[in-house]
Design a protein. Structure first.
Length: 321
């Protein structure tokens, strides 16, 4: 028997000693700084994907509403013409019924010299036929456009439901962010980093790409804000969208959708203003030359200048101007 056990047995009864030993809590090591940083990276990556999905749904919803508005604008005058033609033929039919056809013929065709009653009734019949043909044409157009509008309305309803679901999940996202920020406090002593504005020289780049690059340099030091596209904060696709928007070029607010609209290029073709995609199209940054990008990295961090190899790139894209 070890000296420790002999001493314990001497001081307390055997049963109590066993209880004490059994109740002694096992030591639990606190996570290391490296482990916390791994948790931060994993949580940030998951949340960023949720944010990009949120951005995608908003982009789809916005596009759907624009299509619906354009269609409604096209339908409105056609609908008015259809209703006017319908009213005219209904009025003509009612007048012919009341007067036995003669009053309607006289009002519509006049009493030109040499015109017999048979001639005028024949002309009236032609007018009726023309009206019926016009009415059928308007009815077909109306049906076609209303079918398109119904389809768009259904699409917008689905997109609105998706957006509502994402908005409802905002509380959970915030709860996850609170946990992430707590991890950052443990690892770095602060939930968010303090960004520093860029004061160095900005490379001279011509054309619209130069405007986008200059804008991105001006965003350095501003905080990462999810679903934001400036001017006070950005997420990753919000930054690239805002930079090119300053140059008069429209990009969607979603990394994967941006990939779909750019020209795909090789790394050897990279020029300032090009976009670099990462993380299975879950992250995007703007290339500014000399092997550097400017990115809105992730939660708790600020827009910064970094190496193009912050992680393995997914691909490279040139914005079409």
């Amino acid at each position: 028997m070890s000296p420790t056990r002999r001493l314990l047995r001497a001081l307390v009864p055997v049963g109590l000693a066993v209880g004490v030993l059994a109740a002694a809590p096992s030591a639990r090591a606190e996570p290391t700084a490296a482990e916390i940083q791994q948790q931060i990276a994993k949580s940030s990556s998951t949340l960023e994907r949720i944010v990009e999905q949120y951005n995608k749904v908003n982009e789809q919803l916005k596009a759907g509403r624009q299509r619906a508005a354009a269609l409604a604008a096209k339908i409105a005058p056609m609908q008015a013409q259809y209703e006017a033609a319908q009213a005219e033929i209904a009025e003509l039919a009612a007048d012919a019924y009341k007067t036995g056809g003669l009053g309607a013929a006289s009002a519509l065709l006049g009493q030109g010299p040499g015109g017999t009653l048979t001639d005028r009734l024949g002309m009236l019949e032609q007018v009726f036929q023309a009206r019926q043909s016009q009415l059928a044409e308007f009815a077909a157009v109306k049906q076609r456009y209303q079918a398109q509008k119904s389809e768009l309305d259904a699409l917008i309803a689905r997109q609105a439901a998706q957006a509502a679901d994402l908005a409802a999940s905002k509380k959970k996202i915030q709860a996850d962010l609170d946990k992430l920020y707590e991890l950052r406090r443990k690892a770095y002593g602060s939930a968010t980093s303090t960004g520093t504005r860029y004061t160095g020289s900005i490379p001279a780049v011509s054309g619209k790409a130069g405007i986008a690059v200059k804008y991105a340099y001006g965003a350095i030091g501003k905080p990462y804000v999810w679903a934001a596209d400036g001017p006070d904060g950005y997420d990753c696709s919000g930054l690239t969208m805002a930079a090119w928007r300053a140059a008069g070029v429209s990009l969607p607010h979603n990394a994967a959708m941006q990939w779909d609209v750019v020209a795909h290029i090789s790394r050897s073709q990279l020029k300032p203003g090009d976009l670099v995609f990462y993380n299975g199209l879950g992250h995007v940054a703007i290339y500014v030359g000399s092997g550097k990008i400017i990115e809105a990295p992730t939660f708790g961090e600020s827009v910064k200048l970094a190496s193009v190899d912050i992680m393995t790139p997914y691909g490279y894209g040139r914005v079409r101007t």
